[in-house]
Design a protein around this ligand. Structure first.
Ligand SMILES: [Fe+2]
Ligand SMILES: [Fe+2]
Length: 324
């Protein structure tokens, strides 16, 4: 699957219809497909499967590894619940934006059905995430911070006046979490079955959502006004970077609750070479999309680099990271 095919209106509709069929044939219900009451899903004390995995930057930091196991477990449980919470916050915003977008979709558009399927799946994801949080039991977990919540005020004008930017933000929310979940599922980390099952379902449905955002941008960006396109080329990497830090780094409440020193946070999430490489890897597919949509100009390239998310583009979607 390459990203370089220039879409035409017919193939866009065909792709959306195929995605809609996919939503009918392969979808999940959090209260049918997850057996929440099964004994293996029980939350038990001192369960080492909650220890943060290596894929989470803090999970491989010497400071974390030096904490007592019980503390590592508590931090892991809180962190998993907070990832679910920020995911939930993000899904709710997305659903609102999608509903607003649908208001102006004309009769006969393939977008109506597909986007409604996507919004229904996202509603299920919010229930799935909330159920997981409730069962993990750390009810003090928080999702998006207050600054992040204010940033989301740009969603409404974006949907109305700058929809390619709205779908860029959607992609910025979906790609980092999908990348993290896929790397955990591919790895050999033993996770708690709740986390494992929620991730499997999310990754399966998110593949369609990400495909749609890619198709939407491939279709609409190349034909946008040159000024709009240029502005988007700069906002695109910025949105990816901001959305990634919203989703991929623990909130300040976590840092305060578990008294994580500032230097540990800085090293784990921002300066460790492995974390920097991970940050670049997340966006390989998105860089390929930006290139094929014609928004990877020399100025934009400098922005990608400045934000630390530059690098090669993937040759096909979800290609494992290629490093020199
Ligand atoms: Fe989702
Ligand atoms: Fe999604």
């Amino acid at each position: 699957m390459t990203l370089s095919i220039a879409p035409d209106p017919a193939s866009y509709d065909e792709i959306l219809n195929a995605l809609s069929e996919g939503s009918v044939n392969r979808h999940f219900d959090p209260y049918v497909d997850i057996d929440w009451e099964s004994p293996e899903f029980a939350i038990i004390a001192n369960d080492p499967r909650w220890i943060l995995p290596r894929e989470e930057p803090l999970g491989r930091h010497p400071w974390y590894l030096a904490q007592p196991v019980e503390r590592q477990i508590q931090m892991g449980m809180w962190r998993q619940a907070s990832i679910a919470k920020v995911g939930l916050d993000f899904e709710q915003l997305l659903i609102r934006g999608l509903m607003q977008y649908l208001v102006s979709v004309p009769n006969g558009s393939a977008e109506f059905r597909y986007i409604t399927h996507e919004a229904a799946e996202e509603c299920n994801h919010t229930m799935m995430f909330q159920e997981a949080i409730n069962r993990i039991g750390y009810l003090d977990v928080v999702g998006m911070g207050s600054i992040d919540r204010k940033l989301t005020l740009i969603i409404w004008p974006a949907v109305k006046y700058f929809p390619t930017f709205f779908f860029t933000m959607i992609l910025g929310g979906e790609e980092p979490i999908d990348h993290l979940q896929k790397s955990l599922l591919r790895g050999d980390t033993q996770m708690h079955p709740i986390v494992q099952r929620v991730m499997q379902i999310h990754v399966a449905e998110e593949a369609r959502h990400i495909s749609f955002a890619h198709e939407y941008l491939k279709r609409n960006v190349p034909e946008a006004h040159p000024v709009t396109k240029f502005v988007l080329s700069l906002l695109f990497p910025a949105a990816m970077r901001v959305m990634m830090s919203m989703i991929a780094t623990p909130p300040k409440e976590f840092v305060e609750k578990f008294e994580v020193p500032d230097y540990v946070m800085r090293e784990a999430y921002w300066s460790a070479p492995e974390s920097r490489a991970q940050m670049r890897d997340i966006f390989a597919d998105v860089r390929a999309l930006a290139t094929s949509a014609g928004i990877m100009n020399p100025v934009a390239k400098r922005v990608w680099k400045l934000l630390g998310i530059d690098g090669s583009a993937s040759r096909y979607r979800s290609e494992p990271a290629r490093r020199a």
